[in-house]
Design a protein around this ligand. Structure first.
Ligand code: PHE
Length: 333
């Protein structure tokens, strides 16, 4: 009983006094352990009563320490015990995410030749993501991009490419137009070191009178030279429903290719994007006369370009947000 009173009256905030108090009552050689040791000598008929008293003692001592400690802490925060002689905390500066760095570089390169930015929604309807792009319902090429559907009839989905933004732009503007559409896109794919269900794209579109395939090729050559340094490209025939003719762009990856990190593994042709002349059907779908106008379009995955630039082997690193990985990239833009 006398101890209980002592516990109740104890009211220090100094951490050292609290620690002394803890040692006195609760440590191995403390009063409570001592009392519990004597417990076996208590006559049986008193065991119940004495036992309860001991437990009360123990919990009230423990609770007291908790309350005193936390009130001490809050006073600390209030500045009462602030130690102004302590060395300061280092200030950690953040860095831009590598995907943003690469995206900004690409945007900057195309801005210089007159491309404006245009963005659109990540949740799309069937028309903008597929049908207007010359991919009517049941078109087999829809399977090229495994889609996350949100709603059926009418269909709403997570856009599988930012070509949908180009449709939106063409519906609301008149040629000439030169736009770049960066953004997140989604595909229902197994996640591995090479692919992800969410990634970033930049697509470009140029529509005017007399736009030719040669214009496209020259623009791509300009772009890859600005991004990778002196570089060779090659256009390989390919198929996209929204462009005709269509091609895949390969860049020759040689030891002379300049990258930010000059640890080029191996050499050879590497695919970096798709492109082509806008299909006349697409122009018709958005009310542009294909007899009067023509255009080119291209699209690339930002992660893919970033993997090449930084020589990184696993796309998943971009989404784990491990600071040790992210802090290695310097933001130029
Ligand atoms: N939209 C295509 C894709 O996501 C890329 C592309 C854009 C190809 C423009 C050609 C022209 O795969």
């Amino acid at each position: 009983r006398q101890y209980l009173k002592e516990i109740e009256e104890f009211n220090a905030t100094d951490p050292k006094l609290i620690e002394d108090f803890r040692i006195k009552f609760l440590s191995k050689k403390g009063i409570l352990n001592d009392l519990f040791a004597k417990f076996k000598d208590v006559p049986n008929e008193q065991k119940r009563e004495v036992g309860q008293a001991l437990n009360t003692l123990k919990t009230s001592a423990a609770e007291k320490i908790e309350t005193l400690k936390s009130s001490g802490q809050s006073q600390d925060e209030g500045g009462v015990f602030e130690d102004f002689t302590r060395p300061g905390m280092p200030i950690e500066l953040g860095a831009r995410h590598p995907i943003s760095v690469v995206r900004n570089r690409i945007v900057e390169i195309f801005k210089r030749i007159g491309f404006a930015l245009s963005e659109g929604p990540e949740i799309e309807d069937d028309w903008h993501n597929f049908t207007a792009l010359n991919l009517p319902e049941y078109h087999p090429a829809r399977d090229m991009q495994d889609t996350f559907f949100i709603e059926k009839d009418p269909d709403f989905l997570l856009r599988t490419h930012t070509s949908s933004v180009q449709i939106r732009f063409m519906e609301n503007h008149k040629p000439p137009m030169r736009i770049l559409s960066p953004g997140r896109v989604y595909r229902n794919e197994a996640i591995s070191s090479r692919s992800h269900a969410m990634f970033h794209q930049i697509e470009g579109l140029y529509v005017d009178k007399n736009v030719s395939f040669a214009d496209l090729k020259q623009t791509l050559q300009y772009f890859t030279t600005e991004l990778f340094g002196k570089s060779k490209i090659r256009l390989r025939p390919s198929y996209f429903p929204f462009t005709e003719p269509s091609a895949e762009v390969d860049v020759y990856w040689g030891l002379e290719t300049e990258t930010d990190y000059r640890i080029t593994k191996g050499t050879g042709w590497l695919e970096i994007m798709g492109c082509g002349m806008v299909d006349p059907n697409v122009l018709k779908n958005v009310g542009i006369d294909p007899e009067e106008y023509s255009g080119y379009a291209f699209g690339m995955g930002i992660e893919r370009i970033a993997l090449l630039l930084y020589q990184i082997g696993d796309i998943r690193l971009y989404f784990e947000n491990d600071i040790r990985f992210l802090e290695q990239f310097e933001a130029e833009f």
